[in-house]
Design a protein around this ligand. Structure first.
Ligand SMILES: NC(=O)c1ccc[n+]([C@@H]2O[C@H](COP(=O)([O-])OP(=O)(O)OC[C@H]3O[C@@H](n4cnc5c(N)ncnc54)[C@H](O)[C@@H]3O)[C@@H](O)[C@H]2O)c1
Length: 335
C-alpha cells in the first residue's frame, strides 16, 4: 500500500512511518520541518527513515497547495494519515495564527487533495483537548465537545467537523483519532516528560502546574502507532440505515468515524515525576504552580469503541514507557 504520512518528521509521524515501512508499505513523508521546536531532532528522526527502501520525502507545508498537489500526483497514495499540525496548547495563546494556517487551512488542503485523488481512507489526528472544560470522566466520544478552552482544541474540533462534510458530500472515508498525551523515545521537547528530564539532569527546577494534581492518560508511542495502523486498515463504510434521531458524534450515515486513543490508565503527575526521578537516580526540585490557562486538569480516555472495532489493546505500563524514554534520552543526548 502507498501511504502518505504528513508530519513524518514529527514524533508520532516518524514512529508511524517506521512501522508502515517495516510491514512493507511504501511511505511518502510530508513535513515542512518547522522550528516550533529543535529542527535538529526532526532531521535526526528523518535521517532514520531516509535510508530505507520504500520511503520518500516531500519537504513542504500543508498550506502550499501546489506542493501538495505535486505530492499526491507523483505518489498516488492509497491512504493518508494527517499528523502534521501546529501542536501544543500553551503556544496557541502566543501564536494563534500558526494554528489556523496549519490546522485549518492545511487541513482543508488535505481534504481537497484526498477528494480529488480518490484516496481510500484519511486518518487524521484530533486531540483529547477537545474535551475542554468537561468534568465527566472518562471522556467518551459521545460526550459534547462544544466548550474548548484553547484555540488549539477548537482547530482540532473543526477538523472533525470538516472531515464529516467531506465524508458526507464526497464519500471520502475518514477516521479521526483523539490522541491522549503521547510519550516515548524521540518525543516532543515541549512536553512534560522531555522538559522534566532535561531540567532534572541539568540540576534545574521543574515547573509543575496545578500543584501536581493533574491526572493524565499518558499513552506510550508504540500503543498509539499500533492503534493508528489498525485504524488505517479499518476503512469506515457508509451506513444508509443510520438513524439521525439517535445520532452520536462518533458515527454517521457517511463513511465517518471518530475514536479516542489513550491508555485508559490515567496517573497523577506527581507519580509520573517520581518515575522519572527513579530512572534518572536524581530528585527533582519542583516549582509548584497554579493551573495554566488552556490546560485541562484531568484526562482519561474511554477507548471501548476502538477496542471493539479494531481490537486496540494498549499494553505498555508507564513504568516501562518512562524507562525506555530515559534510556533513549541518555543515549541520544549522550548524558
Ligand atoms: N503528542 C501528543 O501527545 C498529541 C496529543 C494530541 C494530539 N496530537 C496531535 O498528533 C499529531 C502529531 O503530534 P506530534 O506529537 O507528533 O507533534 P510534532 O510537532 O512532533 O509533529 C508534527 C509535525 O508536523 C510538522 N508540521 C507542522 N505544521 C506543518 C505544516 N503546516 N505543514 C507541514 N508540516 C507541518 C512539524 O514540522 C512536525 O514535524 C498532531 O496533529 C498533534 O496535534 C499529539
Amino acid at each position: 500500500m502507498r501511504v502518505l504520512v504528513t508530519g513524518a518528521a514529527g514524533f508520532i509521524g516518524s514512529h508511524l512511518s517506521q512501522r508502515l515501512l517495516a510491514r512493507g508499505d511504501e511511505v511518502m513523508g510530508y513535513d515542512n520541518v518547522n522550528d516550533y521546536y529543535d529542527p535538529a531532532l526532526k532531521e535526526a528522526r528523518l535521517a532514520r527513515l531516509q535510508g530505507q527502501a520504500g520511503f520518500r520525502f516531500a519537504r513542504a507545508g500543508l498550506e502550499d497547495r501546489s506542493a501538495m498537489e505535486r505530492a499526491f500526483t507523483d505518489f498516488r497514495p492509497h491512504r493518508v494519515v494527517n499528523l502534521a499540525a501546529q501542536a501544543g496548547v500553551r503556544y496557541s495563546l502566543e501564536n494563534p495564527q500558526a494554528y489556523i494556517d496549519s490546522n485549518v487551512v492545511g487541513f482543508v488542503n488535505i481534504l481537497e487533495a484526498c477528494r480529488h485523488h480518490g484516496v481510500e481512507h484519511l486518518v487524521y489526528a484530533s486531540s483529547s483537548s477537545v474535551y475542554g472544560a468537561n468534568t465527566k470522566l472518562p471522556f467518551a466520544v459521545d460526550d459534547s465537545v462544544d466548550h474548548p478552552v484553547s484555540l488549539y482544541a477548537a482547530t482540532k474540533k473543526s477538523n472533525e467537523l470538516m472531515a464529516h462534510t467531506y465524508s458526507h458530500l464526497f464519500g471520502l472515508p475518514t477516521t479521526g483519532l483523539r490522541f491522549f498525551t503521547v510519550y516515548g523515545p524521540w518525543g516532543r521537547p515541549d512536553m512534560a516528560l522531555f522538559l522534566f528530564t532535561r531540567n532534572i539532569l541539568a540540576g534545574k527546577p521543574i515547573d509543575v502546574f496545578n500543584h501536581g494534581h493533574h491526572r493524565r492518560d499518558f499513552t506510550y508511542i508504540d500503543d498509539i502507532v499500533e492503534g493508528i495502523v489498525r485504524t488505517l486498515d479499518h476503512v469506515p463504510a457508509a451506513d444508509p440505515s443510520y438513524d439521525f434521531g439517535q445520532a452520536t458524534p462518533a458515527a454517521s450515515a457517511a463513511p465517518y468515524r471518530l475514536y479516542n486513543i489513550g491508555s485508559d490508565r490515567p496517573i497523577e503527575l506527581m507519580r509520573y515525576i517520581e518515575l522519572i526521578e527513579q530512572n534518572l537516580g536524581t530528585r527533582a526540585q519542583c516549582n509548584l504552580l497554579p493551573l495554566q490557562p488552556g490546560d485541562v486538569p484531568e484526562s482519561h480516555a474511554d477507548v471501548a469503541a476502538l477496542r471493539a472495532d479494531v481490537g486496540y489493546a494498549p499494553s505498555t505500563p508507564v513504568e516501562e514507557g518512562i524507562r525506555r524514554f530515559v534510556a533513549w534520552y541518555r543515549d541520544y543526548y549522550g548524558t
